[in-house]
Write a protein that binds this ligand. Structure first.
Ligand SMILES: O=C(O)CCC(=O)C(=O)O
Ligand SMILES: [Fe+2]
Length: 306
């Protein structure tokens, strides 16, 4: 079971909310967060823009291909990325990613620092402004959840604030075509997310499943006006395994399906090491950017197609 938790309680009984969120992140590592802070209008506009972008002709999408971009930004066509490195099936999804928007003369861009490249923008009205507006709003919601996590772990509520100021966070739009009926087809292969936490919204079309530790695949129910929030591998490591990142996948949907994922990630130089009070460290300290890089290398390794 995936707990449904009302974010409005943050203004009423913060302590009890922190306990419930912390319990959900220990097991199953997923929760459904109702009534989030990000305005509804902004959330639905992002879905409209996802439709507009994925409907563009392939040549136009190819001009912003993620394959030409060393910073993991732009359009991923079907098969460009496979989330389950251990399976032969190729993900049927299409994706579009942006990261922190920097100007061309930013020293980090000029120095070609990893993950610090420019976003690639398609020629669509309002696209850039709206996506950047959503990026900031989702990052703020993510930090609000992180402040609750901090309290659950007995840390000051602002523990993570400075560590997520210049984030590696990524906004990703996804489109899944309807199932073709082919054997071994998968929308998105089984995987755990890489970052701290993920805020996911879907259009309600079923397909997303979660596999809690020691359990079987379960469907994630569709809840109106809610985010699906889960722990990523980086936060599992940071929390010294107190919170768990849980495998999930997307089955080929009956109808075309869209979702919008926001991966909340720390600053590149943030050192991910067992949080105070979480016991003897199980993992060696690592820079957030180095950890993310190690995970992405496997995801974008090409698979044999035949
Ligand atoms: O589309 C979904 O519902 C899930 C997408 C996902 O798990 C991901 O992009 O990491
Ligand atoms: Fe995921």
């Amino acid at each position: 079971m995936i707990p449904i938790i009302d974010w409005k309680r943050v203004h009423i009984d913060r302590q009890a909310l922190a306990k419930d969120i912390g319990t959900a992140f220990r097991d199953p590592g997923f929760l459904i967060l109702k009534n989030p802070e990000v305005p509804r209008q902004l959330r639905s506009e992002i879905f409209e823009l996802a439709h507009k972008f994925f409907d563009l002709p392939p040549e136009q999408k190819r001009s912003v291909s993620i394959l030409n971009n060393p910073h993991y930004r732009g359009w991923g066509a079907k098969g460009d990325e496979s989330l389950d490195e251990t399976e032969a099936a190729i993900d049927t999804k299409e994706t579009f990613n942006i990261g922190l928007d920097l100007s061309p003369d930013d020293p980090r861009v000029l120095n070609d620092e990893p993950f610090r490249g420019l976003n690639q923008w398609p020629d669509l009205p309002d696209f850039r402004e709206r996506l950047l507006g959503y990026y900031d709003a989702a990052q703020a919601q993510g930090l609000a959840v992180l402040s609750i996590i901090a309290e659950d772990l007995g840390l000051p509520s602002d523990h993570f604030d400075a560590l997520f100021k210049d984030p590696l966070s990524a906004l990703r739009m996804l489109r899944y075509p309807p199932a073709s009926g082919a054997r071994d087809e998968i929308g998105a292969g089984a995987h755990t997310d890489y970052g701290a936490i993920t805020l996911l919204m879907t259009d309600g079309e079923p397909g997303l499943q979660v596999r809690p530790r020691g359990g079987n695949w379960i469907d994630v129910p569709n809840v109106e006006n809610a985010y699906i929030v889960n722990i990523g591998d980086c936060m599992m490591r940071w929390s010294n395994d107190i919170y768990v990142s849980t495998p999930h996948r997307v089955l080929p949907p009956k109808n075309m399906r869209h979702s919008i994922a926001f991966f909340v990630e720390a600053n590149p130089d943030t050192i991910v090491t067992a949080l105070p009070g979480t016991g003897d460290p199980k993992y060696a300290p690592i820079r957030a950017a180095d950890y993310l890089q190690s995970r992405l290398n496997a995801t974008y390794a090409p698979k044999e197609t035949s």
